[in-house]
Design a protein around this ligand. Sequence first.
Ligand SMILES: [Zn+2]
Length: 447
Amino acid sequence: MTTTYVLRGARPLGGDAADVVLSDGVITQVAAPGTAVVPESADVVEIAADGHVLLPGLVDLHTHLREPGREDAETVASGTRAAAAGGFTAVHAMANTSPVADTAGVVEQVWRLGQEAGWVDVHPVGAVTVGLGGERLAELGAMADSAARVRVFSDDGKCVHDPILMRRALEYVKSFGGVVAQHAQEPRLTEGAQMNEGVVSAEIGLAGWPAVAEEAIIARDVLLAEHVGSRLHVCHLSTAGSVEIVRWAKGRGIDVTAEVTPHHLILTDELARSYDPTYKVNPPLRTAADVEAVRAGLADGTIDIVATDHAPHTREDKDCEWGAAAFGMTGLETALSVVQATMVDTGRMTWADVARVLSANPARIGRIDTTQGRPVAVGEPANLTLVEPAATRTVDGAAQATASGNTPFAGRDLPGRVVATFLRGRATVLDGAPVAPVDAGGRGGAR
Ligand SMILES: [Zn+2]
């Protein structure tokens, strides 16, 4: 028998309090507080949720799970456990694994590992080019037709910089409603780049990654998408100029969507003065003016989603001098708190907006919106996250569920706490702690 959960006094999307009942994988009641009829069942769990916000389960369009190949940094099991802890019920796993996810075989492997782990739905992203080499298109159609049903394609970590290949990829994915997600980085303009090109890079003597290297690719790609009538998604947009280009493209009717990471909503390149490689990330942390521009772009809908770019790295790859350290930071377990701090607590967005940018929109872009990113309503799949916005926590990198410790928020106080996460009515997190999915198959959360 499955457990029935009764969430007493929760506020769906931050609205009026209600009792919400989850049973057999779906939402069965949304009733006035105190009026939910509890079924005559032996297995009912009541959760006191007064003041808590109930959101559709979060969906990440941009997660690096590192398996296969770098299980020392993260596995599908550990990364998806971190995702559940952060309130997610689905993630898209980036293709830059070893081997690269550029065939039906590899994407099916990642998809199966996700099912076995049981923490969230794992949707593999397929590589655009063979081996991320930027020379030949990968088997996009075979990945789309595979059991993993891939709809998002990206060479993330690398830019599809050859315009002919980018054009062909955009044309190809049209036939099955796919999307190309571009890591916008002009390679020649960023050779050897270590951080944002600007005042700080000049003062501390690190090679700069100029805003134009991102903006030039986005400008080219929105025009290519318009030319071939296809759908483009821009990964981790980070500059004020990029926001302006996407705003212009949308105004022109071009089918483009864009994401911003939590870290680009809150951190700036001033942090590089510490020479602490925790803050080394690609695209780099930008200026305070860029942070303000991406917040404004997210608030006005120019930027469609927040995506984590969760990029776990081992100590050996990160605890070294800046120039030798890997790019990237973790993000699954802090994303919602950063969005609350920067957008909700500042009055720029409502919780309904949060549900849009962290659940409904990423589900729609990834073509998983029949099961994820749904309204909190009777009959809908019970993919949900329950958040306590009034809580404050001090981030402890060592205590996180991810296998890697490279969070830029260690020691910081962040608002909000994920109290519970439900995947098709099954609790993956309760009382703020992950609950091993015992009935999900062999590998579970103990791995
Ligand atoms: Zn990237």
